[in-house]
Write a protein that binds this ligand. Structure first.
Ligand code: FMN
Length: 230
């Protein structure tokens, strides 16, 4: 499609083919009341100095407050926080009423149970068409290890398959089913057929532990996604 025939909806859909995480940008208004808005336009920018950016629509009700704020925070939502994303993207009397939050070191609202949060000082506000790019310099952050919530083509998703494999491995057990091919014959393996080799992965990386265990048995793994598809 050429620039002179761009259709905003088609362009939005094409941009939406890029899967992202989901964040809520938060700050305080001059009366120290919290403001927040869902945004998936987050990007990490620089490690030294530590910079990130998020794009905010000029039509957002929070635009004047956010762009004048000295500090803002980015809350990277975890996979159980789809409702938080929805809540901070639609009009509500008090968006913060339904979320467990506390103030960060510089006073910005930080949500509980997020995958990670970053509190920033405002480094730059860059004009970019109908949005601005808010560039933040990270002053504090924390990463919880929880899986992030995903968003693509207008819908939410969770990285459930690897997460499930990793969380069962965290309990010390890996369960898998597989099909073994030998001299052209197929043998289904698993709990109800031939037992699949299993090992404990407590304390180690589950994929590496299982791979080295299989190698010791003289087996090679060709398709990790099938292996992890529990
Ligand atoms: C998943 C998702 C991602 C969004 N990403 C952005 C974004 O990056 N920038 C933005 O300005 N608005 C984004 N929005 C829309 C805003 O959240 C929404 O328009 C805003 O919260 C409306 O609030 P207002 O009534 O206060 O303007 C997103 C919405 C959703 C559901």
């Amino acid at each position: 499609m050429k620039a002179d025939v761009f259709n905003a909806r088609a362009l939005r859909e094409a941009f939406g083919a890029f899967p992202t995480a989901v964040t809520v940008i938060t700050a305080n208004d001059p009366a120290d009341r919290p403001v927040g808005s869902t945004a998936n336009s987050f990007a990490s920018v620089s490690l030294d100095p530590p910079l990130l950016l998020v794009c905010l629509a000029k039509t957002s009700r929070d635009y004047p407050t956010m762009t004048k704020a000295e500090h803002f925070a980015i809350n990277i939502l975890s996979e159980a926080q789809k409702n938080v994303s929805i809540n901070f993207a639609r009009p509500a009397e008090d968006r913060f009423a339904a979320v467990d939050w506390a103030r960060g070191p510089n006073g910005c609202p930080i949500f509980a149970q997020v995958a990670a949060w970053f509190e920033c000082s405002m480094h730059d506000v860059i004009e970019a068409g109908d949005h601005v790019m808010m560039v933040g310099r990270v002053t504090a952050f924390e990463s919880s290890g929880l899986n992030g919530l995903g968003y693509a083509r207008g819908g939410y998703f969770t990285p459930r398959v690897p997460a499930k494999a990793v969380s069962s491995a965290a309990g010390g057990e890996i369960c898998a089913a597989a099909v073994l091919e030998r001299h052209g014959s197929l043998f289904p393996l698993g709990d109800e057929n031939l037992p699949f080799p299993s090992c404990s992965a407590a304390g180690g990386d589950p994929a590496n532990t299982l791979a080295s265990h299989l190698e010791q048995l003289g087996l090679s793994v060709h398709d990790w996604f099938s292996l992890l598809d529990l």
